[in-house]
Design a protein around this ligand. Sequence first.
Ligand SMILES: Nc1nc2c(c(=O)[nH]1)N[C@H]1C(S)=C(S)[C@@H](COP(=O)(O)O)O[C@H]1N2
Ligand SMILES: [Mo]
Length: 246
Amino acid sequence: MRQIGKLTRRLFIKGGLWTATLFLWNLFRGTTKAWAQEIDSFSGTDFVGKTREGKHRSFYINYWKPMRRINAETWALKISGLCESPTTFTLTELKNLPTQSQSSRLKCVECWSARAEWRGFSIKELEQVVRPHASAQGVVFHCGDEYKEYLSREALNKDRVLLVHSMNGQPLSDAHGFPLRLIAPSKYGYKNPKAILEMEYVAEQQAGTWSKIGPYSPDGTILPGWDHPLEYDKQARRISGGEIPY
Ligand SMILES: Nc1nc2c(c(=O)[nH]1)N[C@H]1C(S)=C(S)[C@@H](COP(=O)(O)O)O[C@H]1N2
Ligand SMILES: [Mo]
């Protein structure tokens, strides 16, 4: 009996210590977690999947995966792969490049389209610096939400294809691809990658995220058919393929 008494007492002491340790550990974890949330209130974007809850009501917002908010101070556009001088550009450097503005319509394969005024620069401005090799056929865009898209250099160097940092007179919002996105008006929305982290010059065409998961062409040129502009009251319009003129 005395033996048993000793044993339970020992177990109790050990168990108590263990419980206390667990308690303190959880307390510590709890407070550090709360503290981390306070300094990083955007640890996942609010805009995963598809929503029309953004500031620009004529747009659906589309993000492939939850994403950490991009910090303008620490973000830099990385240019890698087949080029003479791979380098990085800060947002300030990119904003200092000669800018162009254009009004163009973004059309998703899921019917809708919407128009905005975009402001940015041509890829030529970057290519003068990084000097892609002759073997570089195209660019893979790596995005903050692990979205990936490929465009040929030929497509990227066309008129009205811009890397933009501003939408309707404001810096791009997180929802629409802060700090930098591609606008290629004759291609479907999925060829307009947002929240770009890196541009990688590659030798061969690669399938992007969307053409891997859906029945969508890797090339992504808008085909003749119908469009449902969100700001035109559900009135479907005929389109003849390529950039939408209205
Ligand atoms: N990084 C990233 N870019 C992306 C997408 C995405 O999921 N992630 N979706 C694409 C698709 S399918 C469309 S239609 C447009 C939508 O642009 P918006 O969100 O500015 O309306 O973004 C494109 N760019
Ligand atoms: Mo889309």
